[in-house]
Design a protein around this ligand. Structure first.
Ligand code: ADP
Ligand code: F6P
Length: 500
């Protein structure tokens, strides 16, 4: 398949995601400005929307008293990926703050996030949260339909001009139901695609959800449903069969629903590889070189295995005293979902644990753990990735994990460092040359860090070469093209032949 063309959707595209590619911020003088939202989704999708003159439906990040207040254009000199997204291409979804709170903090991050990461003990199941999830999904669907109507397509629109609606992630698993129903009633043609950025759990976990049938039906209202890896696809297909009684084809990953055949596809997300290489080339030196650095970079989230990682590092220092004074762990944790109790508790736990480990081992010239609680710019992050000796990506469960990919992209110096990944992240499925580490087994994890720190140069070079080569080819552009191709919406007509 030839993927060398510019990534463009053949018809118009409407992207629907909980967050817009920017959040709005009100300045003291009352003016609204845009601040870029971080993350893989924005970097990946923004150029396709901008190049294809598409539309973006999402939450603007703050509550506006007047929903008709105009969305500002980007500031002069803005070089973020969304700078070219004009305000008339943005449809901001306005939701009552209390409803948004129980949708986002309650249902999305209190129910779906822990359950889909196979942590049912942390999940709450509150009917009021679920009702607000339904309300907000309907609101997103309404706004998407407004966007769709504005394109003025009719049932006579040629197939290659049919608009593509791309719905993202677990916050919006129901939205496609109302979009499809209304579009069909109004005879507006559209294609519907969905991508889940987190794991899809096995049937045994998914069945704990009291509203599982609505969720599956919501997703099945799309023509194609994408996940990071095949395991998540198979879990989804299994749930459709066992929960809804759908006819399924496991080999070809198809689910029959309402007389339609829904395609299910593994589409592992990538990163803007070359951009990270460039950032790493430019970044000033971060560490003095006096100590080897074991680096962790994560949102502060209980799925990321931060406590287990710190305990493994403590065990390393206990079992291999030769590393004391020679190696430090650097953990960068970005504040996330700070209104949710679980996240507040984790912050406390981490601070206490770091205090205890540092108290135990620190000498006048060396501390075992350095900890940054905050957002770090991408330029700075690239320097950390480049200068670290070990990248430690050990989530307890993770849809993919972009940090693992960003780390290898930035390992431009020779001899390079070593990547450690958890087998419970999507990245652990594909980054075969990394050292695999079960985060739950603390003593074993300590031994994996020891192995990374003492790995011979030629082995480090060999492993890193393979890792970098794979991520360079399977970068974020490749992911977007694969999605458009699976939807039959890639611009080049010859790419449409092998879809279906
Ligand atoms: P998730 O989607 O669960 O947050 P990923 O690892 O897939 O996890 O993506 C996280 C993204 O956030 C990466 O692009 C990473 O560079 C960025 N990121 C994570 N931690 C920080 C931090 N402390 N400062 C800045 N960016 C961060
Ligand atoms: O990757 C999963 C995800 O929930 C994305 O949907 C989201 O953009 C990112 O993590 C950060 O989470 P949040 O939007 O809740 O800050």
């Amino acid at each position: 398949r030839n993927f060398n063309n510019v990534v463009t959707s053949s018809g118009s595209m409407i992207v629907v995601s909980n967050r817009l590619p920017f959040v709005l911020k009100r300045l003291e003088d009352g003016r609204l400005i845009r601040k870029a939202s971080a993350g893989g989704l924005v970097t990946a999708v923004a150029p396709v929307v901008i190049n294809g003159n598409g539309l973006w439906v999402g939450w603007p990040g703050i509550h506006l008293e007047d929903p008709n207040e105009p969305i500002p254009e980007s500031e002069p000199g803005d070089i973020t990926p969304t700078a070219g997204l004009k305000s008339d291409k943005v449809i901001a979804v306005h939701v009552d703050p209390d409803v948004f709170d129980s949708y986002y903090n309650g249902c999305c991050n209190g129910t779906f996030w822990p359950l889909f990461h196979s942590m049912p003990d942390r999940a709450t199941f509150k009917l009021t949260d679920w009702k607000d999830y339904v309300t907000v999904n309907k609101e997103f669907a309404e706004c998407t339909l407004t966007a769709l109507r504005s394109l003025k397509k009719t049932k006579d629109t040629p197939q290659h001009e049919v608009p593509l609606i791309w719905v993202h992630d677990y916050q919006l698993m129901l939205a496609a139901s109302w979009i499809r129903q209304n579009a069909e009633e109004e005879e507006i043609p559209c294609k519907l695609g969905f991508f889940l950025h987190i794991p899809f759990p096995p049937w045994d976990i998914f069945r704990l959800l009291p509203w599982g049938d609505e969720i599956l039906q919501g997703m099945l209202n799309c023509d194609m449903v994408g996940f990071h890896i095949t395991d998540y696809c198979l879990n989804f297909v299994d749930c459709c069969q066992r929960y809804l009684g759908c006819r399924v084809d496991r080999k070809n990953l198809l689910v029959e629903q309402g007389g339609r055949s829904v395609r299910v596809r593994p589409l592992p997300i990538g990163i803007p590889f070359e951009r990270f290489v460039e950032l790493a080339e430019k970044a000033p030196k971060v560490f003095s070189g006096e100590h080897k650095i074991v680096l962790g970079v994560d949102r502060l989230d209980y799925t990321k295995g931060l406590v287990h990682r710190l305990l493994a590092f403590e065990k390393l220092l206990q079992d291999h005293p030769e590393h004391r004074g020679q190696v430090s762990m650097m953990q960068v944790a970005v504040p996330s979902r700070t209104d949710v109790k679980e996240y507040q508790e984790l912050k406390e736990t981490l601070e206490q644990l770091i205090g205890r480990i540092n108290g135990k081992f620190t000498t006048p010239n060396w501390s075992p753990i350095r900890y940054i609680y905050g957002q770090v710019s991408q330029d700075e992050l690239a320097g950390y990735y480049r200068d670290a000796f070990v990248g430690m990506v050990t989530p307890l469960r993770d849809g993919m994990n972009l940090v693992a990919k960003e780390f290898v992209a930035c390992q431009i110096d020779s001899p390079p460092g070593v990547l450690i990944v958890s087998p419970f992240a999507g990245a652990g499925e594909t980054m075969h040359e990394a050292l695999i580490c079960n985060p739950y087994e603390i003593a074993g994890a300590a031994e994996v860090i020891h192995r990374a720190l003492t790995m011979p140069e030629d082995e480090r070079i060999l492993r890193m070469n393979y890792l970098r080569r794979r991520e360079k080819v399977n970068d974020v552009n490749f992911w977007t093209k694969s999605f458009l191709s699976a939807m039959g919406s890639l611009f080049k007509p010859e790419d449409h032949d092998d879809v279906g």
